[in-house]
Design a protein. Sequence first.
Length: 338
Amino acid sequence: MSGRSRAFCILGVFVLAAVLFSAGITPLYAKPMTLKVAGISAPEYRGTKSLYTIKEIVEKETEGRIVLDIFPASQLGDYTQVFEEIRRGTIEMGLIFLPSQFDLMLEVGSLPFLAGTGEGMQEQLSPGSVVYDIIEKSLDKLGVNLLRIYGDGFVGVGLAKEPKNPLKAGMTKDAMIRVAPLAVYKETAEDLGFRTTSIPYADTYSAIQTGVCDGWIGGSSQINYLSFRDVIKFYVPYNCLFDQTAYIVGKKVWDRISEADQKVILKAVNEQADKSFADSKAEDVEFQQKLADFGVTIIPIPDKEMAELAETIRNTTWPKLEKTYGKETLDKIKESLK
């Protein structure tokens, strides 16, 4: 082969590679892109199972160009550490709680009585809503791309002792409960009538067991059954707060993925996110029954009293949260609920 022919051959290879790259087509010899995916829940939890379903779909439909390496049960660190690693790109993706120490606006999805049904919460925590837009923009400023929010379920109160006046907000419950160190949890619990303490989550079980506190708010009926059934005797499904996690990926990582493969990932994530809200409703019924079968007394809240609780909390608690999230932000969210 002459020098001229060899030059044309080499040029052709470069042109073909450029065309393949611009079209988002990965040559057969290209090394797969492996994304470490951090989860915080146990392997048997449905949120973790959703990651394995996404993995199967993505690896099949990208023909192995994208490989998801799943690490459940906080194997890569707690959610605050994982979030920082995702920002830096040392962990590529996760399904985790959004830590608000980076931006308080990441808490707005947990506003009390944001919606009264799973369908309503799906609407509030999905693309197109005011709440979702606030969270998405906050994450974008932090260098993180929000893929979707995952619905874990409505939150109730698990207690070792029977509360007084359980159906009336503002009336003393004669009980101290553990709350997460967030204004939205503390203000909501206290306006319901509970005294509060911010014991670390890891110490909550032993704190209830030894009487340091009387119970806790922050978990669905499933979490109360799986993790606290041995120390609680009562469960009140206030459904005042909604437990949620988020599928997130570092922006720099996301930008390295071809548009075609991004679409595959988004489609798989969207299917699991939409499914999560329906699953949370059925799951709540299932695990309230399991709690009852185990001997935990369920204190039901009739529709009329639930509506009164919601109205009281929105009128009492939301104004207190203006100093945290801003009056303009809360007014915008309220307007969107009408």
